[in-house]
Design a protein around this ligand. Structure first.
Ligand SMILES: NC(=O)c1ccc[n+]([C@@H]2O[C@H](COP(=O)([O-])OP(=O)(O)OC[C@H]3O[C@@H](n4cnc5c(N)ncnc54)[C@H](OP(=O)(O)O)[C@@H]3O)[C@@H](O)[C@H]2O)c1
Length: 278
């Protein structure tokens, strides 16, 4: 049996849908079932539930708000992950922990390898790094899957924001000096369900293929949807946010191919499939 945390979230929702489509026995859980920050609640919840793999998609994901809510962010992403990692260890189950490009400094222009030094710039990035540490220290059967710039059905993502803005504005400024890979949660979820059925444990990077800036992504969205919008490129220094974000979010996907997993489709293709159903 597979447990999916964050089942009401963007990625967890897609993972559950795909497991259902594949007829794989699973249970999706969210905050209403168990608050992962409470060790005793987690232990009680899993006392009578056995499982083989836990796909851990639950997280505190409000990157800017995290700068003010550091304690809550760490309670969910670090302590919450530790609580779940302990249960997986005790039940001899595998854990798939979803992590992020924000564990890296974003310096340079080369894609980050899975074993590159971690140097998070934000509270969120630091909390996810702590989550990784808990998983590697407590578990033997683990996958750490770092992804980036996720978009999915739930309208809590950059593309959905651009579409929303286009209803009230005809001009928008978008950051052009942060480069990474947009990732369709549906494509990532397919890979995660495939991984869950293997024992190819390790650290992976998984995003749609190719790189672009947020500016290029916005231009692609408006162009594909034939929306008339003036998009002005701005630098990170001009577009101030509470949390610092990496300028280079390129992730090397070597570990996927080396372990026989297929690369995800190009980001342009993923964005078009997403926009076709929007
Ligand atoms: N979104 C991105 O661009 C992105 C990029 C890189 C990596 N990631 C990682 O990908 C994973 C999935 O992200 P996502 O976009 O699907 O996130 P999401 O939509 O924000 O979903 C996270 C889920 O976790 C739940 N949750 C929060 N606190 C909890 C708690 N204390 N106990 C139990 N459940 C709790 C949330 O419930 P509530 O909504 O009720 O709080 C929500 O359903 C996360 O690990 C994230 O760090 C995301």
């Amino acid at each position: 049996m597979i447990i999916v945390t964050g089942a009401a979230g963007q990625l967890g929702g897609d993972v559950c849908r795909i497991l259902k489509e594949k007829n794989i026995h699973h249970r999706g859980i969210d905050k209403k079932d168990v608050d992962i920050t409470s060790a005793s609640a987690v232990d009680d919840f899993f006392a009578d539930t056995d499982f083989d793999v836990l796909i851990h998609c639950a997280a505190y994901t409000a990157v800017d708000k995290a700068e003010e809510e550091k304690e809550l962010c760490f309670a969910i992403n670090a302590k919450g992950t530790e609580n779940l990692a302990k249960v997986c260890r005790d039940k001899n189950a595998a854990i798939i922990y979803i992590s992020t490009d924000y564990v890296f400094s974003g310096e340079g222009e080369k894609p980050f390898e899975t074993d590159d030094e971690k140097c998070p710039l934000s509270v969120y990035g630091k909390s996810k790094t702590e989550g990784e540490k808990a998983v590697t220290e407590l578990c033997e059967k683990y996958f750490i899957v770092r992804t980036s710039w996720v978009f999915g059905e739930q309208n809590r993502n950059f593309i959905a924001t651009m579409l929303r803005l286009s209803q009230t504005r005809n001009e928008v400024s978008v950051v052009c000096d942060q480069v990474g890979s947009p990732t369709y949660s549906n494509d990532l979820a397919l890979l995660l369900t495939e991984m869950a059925q293997t024992e190819k444990y390790g650290i992976y990077h998984a995003t749609n293929e190719g790189f672009c800036s947020w500016y290029e992504l916005a231009v692609k969205v408006f162009g594909y949807k034939n929306i008339k919008m003036k998009v002005t490129p701005v630098t990170s220094e001009e577009y101030i946010t509470s949390a610092r974000r990496p300028k280079n979010s390129r992730l090397s996907k070597k570990s996927l191919t080396e372990n026989g997993f297929s690369l995800l489709p190009p980001w342009e293709d993923a964005v078009e499939r997403y926009l076709d159903i929007k």
